[in-house]
Write a protein that binds this ligand. Structure first.
Ligand code: DHB
Ligand code: FE
Length: 295
């Protein structure tokens, strides 16, 4: 059993990981919704906010929520903010549905949630390269190779494969102190046939921080905090929709009950012994949808 599966293991502190995730999100510019007119924007906010408020009121009336429960909710919502855990909460319990809506038209890969720990502009490496890692990086070496193509089968030699993932303790660089800045984060170019063949270290299963508001909810509800081990990817090419995906390892005990509901059957890797070295190897091809023609 991996050490990170033990419940006594220290998890990244909520105050650190949560607040870094909050600051990164603020700096990302993702909240700009410039394509809507002010009128269309108002109509949309009115619709969504009205439905959200109504849904909550329906729960109160149907479940006969008490003042004690209402005040527990108030205290908890205040704590989510204080712990900087809104990005964590939203990415675990809501992003998967937004991702489903955003990608259900695709003929190529549909992808999975981005999560709170993406950092843009990771160092660029060649198509046959090793991700930055510590000299004594622990874990099982992983050779990961494949091809990036368009839905019609054309290889995409201008593609970039961004990879980021947790280490063998389940920690992400830049969100937990003491890990080198770009550890287990890189942007890989592909070759003239759209192929990549890279080396990394298999990540461990990941426990969302348990010492903050999200952990408080999980404990109070009797849930667990685990996500199965996963690789995060963004695969992009000119003229194509950016694919944000995660890939999973067969046999992980949490593939079937991921707290973030972000596992899909087509995202499961096939893992084999590395034919050219130690550890494991896996092959996975990415198929990107062309961007819709602009009107
Ligand atoms: C969270 C962490 C992840 O690594 C991930 O992929 C999704 C969500 C989180 O802590 O919210
Ligand atoms: Fe993750």
């Amino acid at each position: 059993m991996n050490a990170a599966h033990s419940d006594t293991q220290l998890s990244p502190t909520a105050a650190v990981a949560g607040n870094v995730a909050t600051e990164r999100f603020r700096a990302s510019g993702k909240t700009v919704n410039a394509h809507l007119s002010p009128e269309a924007s108002r109509a949309r906010v009115n619709l969504l906010a009205t439905r959200a408020v109504r849904a909550l009121n329906d729960i109160v009336l149907e479940e006969r929520v008490t003042y004690a429960e209402y005040n527990a909710l108030k205290a908890w919502l205040i704590k989510v903010g204080e712990d900087g855990e809104w990005p964590l909460w939203l990415d675990v319990w809501l992003e998967h549905s937004v991702e489903d809506v955003a990608t259900d038209h695709r003929q190529g890969n549909k992808g999975s949630i981005e999560g709170p720990y993406y950092v843009p502009d990771a160092p660029e490496l060649g198509p046959t390269d090793t991700i930055p890692m510590r000299e004594d990086e622990e874990g099982t070496p992983l050779r990961f190779f494949g091809q990036v193509r368009s839905v019609d089968g054309t290889p995409l030699p201008e593609a970039r494969v961004e990879l980021w993932h947790a280490d063998s303790d389940g920690y992400y660089s830049q969100f937990v102190p003491g890990i080198p800045e770009w550890n287990l984060r890189a942007t890989f170019r592909v070759d003239a046939e759209g192929r990549f063949d890279l080396r990394t270290m298999q990540p461990a299963a990941y426990q969302i921080p348990t010492d903050g508001a999200c952990g408080q909810l999980i404990a109070a509800a009797g849930w667990h905090a685990w996500r199965p081990a996963h690789l995060h990817l963004k695969v992009g090419a000119p003229g194509h929709e950016l694919l944000t995906a995660q890939l999973y390892f067969p046999g992980d005990p949490h593939n079937d009950d991921d707290i973030a509901t972000a596992v899909k059957p087509e995202l499961m890797l096939e893992i084999a012994p590395n034919s050219a070295g130690s550890g494991h190897q896996t092959e996975y091809d990415f198929v990107l949808d062309p961007e819709p023609a602009s009107p």
